[in-house]
Design a protein around this ligand. Structure first.
Ligand SMILES: CC(C)(COP(=O)(O)OP(=O)(O)OC[C@H]1O[C@@H](n2cnc3c(N)ncnc32)[C@H](O)[C@@H]1OP(=O)(O)O)[C@@H](O)C(=O)NCCC(=O)NCCS
Length: 177
């Protein structure tokens, strides 16, 4: 069984486990996109994200098996990123459970929309195609697209091919009255 919970801001020490987990999870996707591999996130950044109360954690039998960062972009708009499940437990439904928890949390907070950004290479990689199709199946709709080089010029220098960043959003249903 998977338990999903928000990490308490006092649990900063978990960054030691979580930062390598995120970097392992992203390695394959990043290799398909970039010529030069850099870690997705540092332990220090994860510590800050935990202190800000923005990290949701998935655990199985007390072992960390997935994370996602969730924050509010605006009063009624939630945003998530850094959804990460490491290869040894991939394709066992952990990301699906994290996303379901995110959607419940968004509804609980009375948000109208939940958003994420996805990289879209001109010639789609298998991983990015799978992700796009998954989010679309779950009701996320593309809002706008811009060249990744406009968003993160530093990282864009190492792209294997021209790549866009697309913002997706899903409307969160309000409480049934
Ligand atoms: C993307 C990622 C979080 C998915 O985690 P996961 O726990 O393996 O995903 P799940 O097992 O919950 O599967 C999610 C969906 O993908 C589908 N899927 C799972 N493995 C698949 C595979 N090998 N091929 C195609 N589809 C697959 C599942 O059927 C599921 O769809 P459904 O909910 O409609 O049934 C994980 O691969 C990862 O960390 N990747 C690197 C980081 C990344 O790209 N993050 C997302 C940034 S937006």
């Amino acid at each position: 069984m998977t338990d999903v919970r928000q990490i308490d801001p006092t649990e900063g020490a978990l960054a030691e486990v979580i930062a390598p987990l995120i970097n392992r999870a992203y390695a394959l996707a990043q290799e398909q996109l970039f010529t030069q591999l850099t870690p997705r996130v540092s332990e220090e950044s994860v510590r800050e994200i935990i202190a800000d109360g923005e990290l949701l954690l998935a655990e199985r039998g007390g072992v960390v098996v997935g994370v996602v960062q969730f924050r509010q972009l605006a009063e009624r708009v939630g945003f998530f990123g850094m959804l990460a499940v490491p290869p040894e437990v991939a394709s066992t439904g952990i990301a699906r459970e994290l996303l379901i928890s995110l959607e419940s949390e968004a509804a609980r907070r009375g948000l109208h929309s939940l958003e994420l950004d996805l990289l879209q290479p001109e010639s789609p990689t298998p991983h990015q195609t799978r992700l796009r199709e998954w989010y679309e199946r779950r009701g996320f709709v593309a809002q706008w697209t811009r060249p990744f080089s406009d968003v993160e010029p530093g990282a864009a220098r190492f792209l294997r091919q021209p790549t866009d960043l697309t913002r997706f959003a899903k409307t969160i249903p309000g409480p049934v009255s």
